[in-house]
Design a protein around this ligand. Sequence first.
Ligand SMILES: Cc1cc2nc3c(=O)[nH]c(=O)nc-3n(C[C@H](O)[C@H](O)[C@H](O)COP(=O)(O)OP(=O)(O)OC[C@H]3O[C@@H](n4cnc5c(N)ncnc54)[C@H](O)[C@@H]3O)c2cc1C
Length: 404
Amino acid sequence: MTQRTDILIVGGGLVGASLALALDAAGRSATLLEAAPARTNQAAGGDDNDRNLVLARASVNALKALQVWPHLDAAAGTIRRVEVSRAGEFGKLRMTAADAGVDALGRVVPGSVLGTALQRQLAACRRIERLAPAKLLALAPMESSWHARVAMAGEERNIEARLVVGADGSDSLVRAQLGIGAQEHDYGQSLFVCTVECGRDIPDCAFERFTDEGPVALLPLPNQRRGLVLTVSADRHDEVAGMDDAAFIALAQQRFGWKLGKLSRPGKRFVHRIRRVLAGAVIAPRAVLVGNAAQAVHPIGAQGFNLGLRDALTLAELIAGADDPGTANLLNEYASRRQPDRDGVLAFSHGLIALGCLPQPALAPLRSLAMLALGGIPPLRHAVARRGMGFRGEPPTAALDAGP
Ligand SMILES: Cc1cc2nc3c(=O)[nH]c(=O)nc-3n(C[C@H](O)[C@H](O)[C@H](O)COP(=O)(O)OP(=O)(O)OC[C@H]3O[C@@H](n4cnc5c(N)ncnc54)[C@H](O)[C@@H]3O)c2cc1C
């Protein structure tokens, strides 16, 4: 028997779950497939050993509109100031919420807390059918729909959908099944993340420091803790992964410096190999890619989920008023609305690493001048801050600041 649905979302990660919530809020029904078992019962507040996500102001606005924010607020740090510097060079870029005319530039939440909050909110949605664990096996085109073969509870199911959304991450099967290629770039870096305590508190300030070996960031969290993100070159991966806490924290201290005093009490470490994956196209007939399936960017720019959430909200906004969610017109409009944001974020994230991390001494004065220029010219600084807050191109309505 074949089940029919209007919209099939493949992947219930952070972006797929956000899309399902946005569709439900827009009065549209959808089926959400997730390969991993459902998890909704994690204690609110997280376990302090998690990847910490910087949520741009636009994302916080959107999560408020989707009623997810109340589950996150208590676990979230606040960013009112960002300081970007380069080890051994003059010039610093400082951005403040006050300069940008807002109360906060963004917030920081543990990824697992965000995931749990999205799942809780999803459980209350009447128009979303959640199938988990359920794995997409293959897609076949029909005349005006897709036929999906799905493995669930030891059986195969058939689902026919007028629109298929690939929200299935950087190794997207949907992307492969649609015949869309992807460009990959290995940064040759590993990212170690954990939480730490700092001897000195500079409240509500996020620090990012570039070094020859890669960037290091410290993000504000509640209860005097900070999220540490430490990049090391791939050839040091095994050495750093094998370090005990004392050796690891000494490395972090040497890379970050003493601006926040002595670093101590590291939580459990998680490690990620970093690559950029860029889909050759974000749409195909009656299909669309969102989030990491469309583009996975270097995490140090803190843009991946923020960008994916704007993908999801824009798609939901376009589908809201459409009879048929998969027409070529709708999908073309989606692709053209998302392009400036996508191009801008890709250029920013890649450029940040290229300019910030290349060790060539010849680049040092240029970098320092760029930082000074950005930091010293208010309209430029303001423009950078607006983009950093997620207001680029034509943002979805739910992401905009509420009017006076
Ligand atoms: C260390 C680190 C720090 C980061 N920091 C930030 C940050 O500060 N700010 C920010 O915005 N972003 C950040 N990011 C990026 C962000 O985490 C990702 O962009 C985001 O999680 C991508 O979500 P997604 O839902 O698109 O993909 P995923 O999280 O990969 O989810 C894909 C889902 O699809 C499911 N799936 C896959 N295949 C199938 C299938 N065949 N059938 C059914 N389901 C399937 C998977 O189980 C998974 O749940 C960071 C990333 C890392 C690694």
